[in-house]
Design a protein around this ligand. Structure first.
Ligand SMILES: C[S@@+](CC[C@H](N)C(=O)[O-])C[C@H]1O[C@@H](n2cnc3c(N)ncnc32)[C@H](O)[C@@H]1O
Length: 289
């Protein structure tokens, strides 16, 4: 296990294993397996919300640049990158997994002239990339990075004035969620796991966490051991540099049935954050469900 540090939510996490664990996990996972566990790509309503968000963010960026430059952090198999390409952007996609990037290039091949891929750690990549971006996207990504506030800090420096930092599909800090939302989220997750016959896996993890131990897989999805991603710490980091932040909440879970039930009950367990760099213009970013 790696070095333990305090994160924004006051929870101890390990730093050094995140990269290797994510690389091993995402290089191994087939695209089908990935999509099965990815609510924002699996459920039509969430795909629609993501697409509408991408479109709105790019419309905003197009007021300043006819062909906005987008940096997609932890771009994975390319579904999010593809949305931005289809909306007319030039995209730089960063990921640590060569397998994922190969899939991404294949999926986005008809836009090859507007696509650049960078293999490596997102923070390293931002330190090395030239130029600044109109939009930086972190979709279902920050919870894979132990010190995600460093990523946010660096993203600020990589954005043009008026640029947008978009965070999509993150679980909020657990202690900021309504109890109903929190317990419903857990119920839906364990019920889905049970339906997959993965009780043993869950039980092993449950017991380890009760004893305060971290398992190898905890280095992939940090939010499970550090109680969510701290949306307020992200906002504070951005607002300290004059960004205007809007956080919206919605429901997402793996199972189709529980997705429908949770949506019908108005449960919220996931956030989207849109942050406009100084010199941006006013607009409202309400989530439409
Ligand atoms: C849950 S997937 C999200 C993929 C895509 N953004 C989406 O929304 O479908 C997380 C991705 O982040 C990548 N990743 C994890 N840690 C990373 C890091 N430190 N730097 C760059 N990519 C990383 C993984 O390889 C994986 O492809």
């Amino acid at each position: 296990m790696g070095k333990r540090v305090e994160d924004g939510g006051g929870t101890q996490v390990t730093l050094s294993c995140g990269f290797d664990a994510n690389l091993a996990h995402y290089d191994r996972l087939t695209r089908e397996e990935y999509l099965e566990e990815t609510p924002h790509l699996k459920h039509a309503a969430l795909r629609r919300l993501l697409r509408e968000t991408a479109r709105a963010v790019l419309d905003h960026a197009k007021r300043r640049a006819a062909q906005p430059h987008v940096l997609d952090l932890g771009a994975g198999e390319g579904s999010v990158t593809l949305m931005f390409l289809e909306e007319g952007a030039v995209v730089t996609a960063v990921d640590i997994s060569p397998q994922r990037l190969a899939q991404l290039r294949e999926r986005c091949s008809r836009f090859a002239d507007r696509l650049r891929t960078v293999e490596g750690d997102a923070l390293d990549a931002m330190n090395r990339l030239d130029g600044r971006f109109d939009v930086i996207v972190a979709c279902s990504f920050l919870h894979h990075v132990p010190d995600y506030l460093s990523v946010v800090e660096k993203a600020k420096a990589c954005l043009r004035p008026g640029g947008i930092f978009l965070v999509f599909q993150e679980t909020p800090r657990y202690d900021t969620m309504r109890r109903l939302d929190y317990y419903f989220m857990k119920l839906a997750y364990y019920a889905w796991r049970a339906g997959k016959g993965r009780w043993g896996e869950w039980f092993r993890r449950f017991i380890a966490h009760r004893r305060g131990l971290l398992l190898e897989e905890d280095n992939v999805d940090y939010h499970l051991v550090r109680n969510g991603v701290d949306q307020f710490a992200i906002c504070r980091t951005l607002e300290a540099s004059g960004f205007r932040c809007q956080v919206s909440y919605y429901w997402s879970t793996m199972s189709r049935l529980w997705q429908w039930v949770g949506t019908s009950l108005g449960i919220r367990n996931t956030f989207r954050l849109i942050a406009v760099a100084p010199e941006g213009c006013e607009r409202s970013w309400a989530v439409r469900s």
